[in-house]
Ligand binder design. Structure first.
Ligand code: IPE
Ligand code: IPE
Ligand code: MG
Length: 253
């Protein structure tokens, strides 16, 4: 068994891990290949990390696969990514199902081509009663898109008389987010050596621990995930309180 895996405290796992899977294009270029070659290899990392999270008993894994802004990439790359997405879902849906994994999708589905919507819909339906890992794919997603959408829908509810302005609190806002059924991520990992959020889960990451690695996504494997979790477990999460308050609380728990 891996030494890193042994170091993980199984009683203090993050419930929700979110990952910005970045660096496919550079990984491919470094090998003199086309960017799509990198995306293709990134799928193997997705498989490996989904398996790793399921084995550990992580409850939620959110993968940022395609941002709202990624629609502005060259057409051949967008088309290539959509095809890869559809083929992967088609090939993997059964495996997810067998492993009791439930698939979810967050993002602006209206932007996706019909054939992608159909394939995704089938996989969502197939896995909807599964009770193991919740795999959340962020597709055509951006935090600003989500917040804008929430604001519009809340305004609509107020206008229709179903919601009082005074009753709007954080719980209500949470209900209007695409992640309303998931806890906030405790750990956010970004690969490829970029230190930014790139419009990912802007509201939900408020108190997430951020972990950045230079490893490009196509090279990211379970060992790298374990490393991130061990790092996470060594941190003190204070949520605005003092270190003394936090250590007292952890003794009394
Ligand atoms: C991440 O890799 C995958 C997507 C954004 C779809 P990139 O395609 O962003 O790869 P780099 O960052 O250009 O290397
Ligand atoms: C973020 O990566 C989106 C995904 C990984 C899906 P980008 O490669 O699009 O982000 P920037 O452009 O480097 O900020
Ligand atoms: Mg990138």
């Amino acid at each position: 068994m891996s030494q890193l895996l042994e170091k993980i405290d199984k009683s203090h796992l993050p419930r929700h891990i979110a990952i910005i899977m970045d660096g496919n294009g550079r990984w491919a270029k470094e090998q003199g290949q086309d960017r799509l070659f990198g995306h293709f290899h990134g799928v193997e990392s997705v498989r490996n990390i989904v398996e790793g999270c399921a084995e550990l008993g992580i409850e939620y894994l959110t993968l940022y696969a395609f941002s709202t802004e990624n629609w502005d990439r060259p057409e051949y790359e967008v088309v290539g990514l959509m095809e890869l997405l559809v083929n992967t879902i088609r090939q993997e849906a059964e495996t997810l199902h067998k492993n009791n994994i439930r698939l979810h999708v967050i993002g602006d589905m209206s932007m996706l081509p019909e054939y992608a919507k159909k394939e995704l819909g089938e996989a969502l339906e197939m896995t909807k009663n599964n009770t193991g890992l919740n795999l959340v794919m962020a597709l055509s997603y951006s935090g600003r898109w989500e917040l804008l959408n929430a604001v519009k829908n809340i305004a609509h509810e107020v206008k229709e008389g179903r919601l009082n302005v005074e009753a709007i609190n954080q719980d209500v806002l949470q209900r209007f987010l695409t992640t309303s059924n998931f806890p906030d991520p405790e750990l956010m990992i970004r690969t490829s050596g970029e230190y930014r959020i790139s419009n990912f889960l802007l509201y939900q990451l408020a108190y997430a621990e951020l972990y950045f690695t230079h490893v490009r996504w196509p090279d990211f494997r379970k060992e790298n995930l374990y490393e991130a979790i061990v790092d996470f477990q060594g941190r003190e999460r204070r949520f605005g309180k003092t270190g003394e308050q936090v250590s007292k609380e952890s003794v009394s728990h």
